[in-house]
Design a protein around this ligand. Structure first.
Ligand code: PMP
Length: 439
């Protein structure tokens, strides 16, 4: 059995000072979270001396794994010269230029400190540009914690409403009712419902928030006709396309929208562009981004932030991104292909009721015969949730951290050895009773 004595000790301390023992909901684990002592490339070591292959990488942030030397060296060098100033630095320009050169949607950019903030400012920018309040979003997708990005995240199936018109539900008790009224929810990959809803609310909608491969909703592959319809309906109604690539920018050198043929007006980035430090970015068309500009006096949308564009995140992000050459992205793509096809083969061999979704360096295993095409088809029943927990537990006891109900990801620190270990561990799980009890 896994020794967790020291993690228990820390959790008991944490419980006294933090509600539920930790300070972000995403690290809660049953029965307790493992406390990490250090990371090293593809692996993390917990405080009890256990070593794990890390398929979480801080929720897809660490595209080079832990302790990536070029970033560590660059940041160490910077630390002695000051970490934040009330003045701009060259570092922010260098990262911005890199993003502008690579990501087609980015003509201009502004930096913030998290994906939540990036999505929030992208929504505000769409509003300031169009003078409209409404937002359209996809059912079940996660876009951070801004009220208008959260509303409509359907919880229990009883609240869903019809698939053609998913209900817009406030995310937490006490949310002002007007928030849900300003948010229209559509089903991913459903062209007809998208077009109908656009006809109804397009005239009062500022932006349609779209993650090209919504992870929390199931890491679902977008249909080309859906993205095409979204793009042209948005154009018809003067609605801005706001891509949330906080997670999926890691899908290619030019990001996920470029990969799937979407041409957003605004794009929110985060995670990998900070090289392991807090970051967010709002990019887009120069005319839309001019809402942040003071050319005509006070900007339509002032944007600040004490730590926005702090040199540490800017330098770490630039160094990490420079190392992500096209060849590095190709390498991750191949490794991802190896893992996904290995998992598929294991499922076929075992005749098991599982499926795999994802692309590039991302994958997710579903206890469903068919990979989901929208949030509803991917929604796990309580029994399926138990299977997913058993799966993560199986991996944990064999030294692999597999995110439970979130996207697993690879890093440039991994090789075919790690890919084989993932596939072998899954194969082994499929030979246990827990893998078949729910069928
Ligand atoms: N959008 C997406 C698609 C995300 O995956 C996340 C984070 N998981 C966010 C927004 C929010 O980013 P952050 O946690 O940095 O606030």
């Amino acid at each position: 059995p896994l020794s967790r004595a020291r993690s228990h000790h820390f959790f008991n301390r944490g419980r006294k000072i933090f509600p539920s023992g930790v300070t972000r909901v995403t690290v809660e684990r049953q029965p307790i979270p493992l406390y990490i002592a250090r990371g090293d490339g593809a692996y993390v070591h917990d405080v009890d001396g256990n070593r794990f292959l890390d398929l979480n990488n801080n929720f897809t942030t660490l595209i080079h794994g832990h302790g990536f030397l070029p970033v560590a060296d660059a940041v160490a060098d910077l630390l002695h010269r000051g970490t934040c100033f009330s003045n701009p630095t060259e570092h922010e320009i260098a990262l911005a230029e890199l993003l502008g050169e690579r990501i087609p949607a980015i003509e201009q950019v502004r930096f913030v400190n998290s994906g939540t903030e990036a999505v929030m400012f992208a929504i505000k920018a769409a509003r300031a540009f169009t003078g409209r309040a409404g937002i359209i979003r996809v059912e079940g997708a996660y876009h951070g914690a801004y009220d208008w990005a959260e509303a409509g995240q359907s919880g229990s199936p009883a609240l869903w409403g019809e698939a053609s018109r998913p209900a817009s539900v406030a995310a937490y008790r006490g949310t002002p009712p007007s928030v849900a009224e300003d948010v229209t929810v559509v089903c991913f990959n459903d062209v007809e419902s998208l077009e109908r809803r656009m006809e109804e609310v397009g005239g009062r909608t500022a932006g349609i928030l779209i993650d090209p491969m919504p992870s929390r909703a199931g890491l679902i592959t977008p249909r080309t006709d859906f993205l095409d319809a979204l793009q042209s309906a948005a154009r018809r109604h003067g609605v801005l396309v706001v891509a949330d690539e906080v997670l999926n920018l890691r899908q290619s050198y030019r990001g996920a929208s470029a990969r799937y043929g979407l041409a957003p007006d605004l794009i929110a980035c985060g995670k990998i562009i900070g090289g392991g430090f807090p970051v967010g970015a709002i990019g887009g068309r120069a005319d839309v981004m001019s809402v942040f500009a003071n050319d005509k006096g006070r900007p339509l949308l002032p944007q600040g932030g004490t730590f926005s564009a702090n040199p540490v995140s800017m330098v770490a992000g630039r160094v990490a991104m420079e190392a992500m050459t096209e060849a590095a992205f190709d390498g991750l793509e191949c490794l991802g292909e190896q893992v996904r096809s290995g998992l598929h083969d294991a499922i076929d061999r075992a005749g098991a009721s599982f499926s795999v979704s994802g692309a590039a360096s991302l994958f997710r295993i579903h206890p469903k015969k068919e990979a989901p095409s929208d949030y509803r088809s991917g929604y796990a029943t309580p029994v399926e949730n138990d299977v997913t927990s058993a799966l993560s537990d199986h991996f944990l006891h064999r030294g692999i951290l597999l995110p439970n109900g979130a996207a697993a990801c690879l890093s440039t620190a991994m090789t075919a050895y790690e890919a084989d270990a993932i596939v072998a561990t899954f194969s082994d799980f499929l030979s246990t009773p827990a893998a078949h009890e729910f069928e």
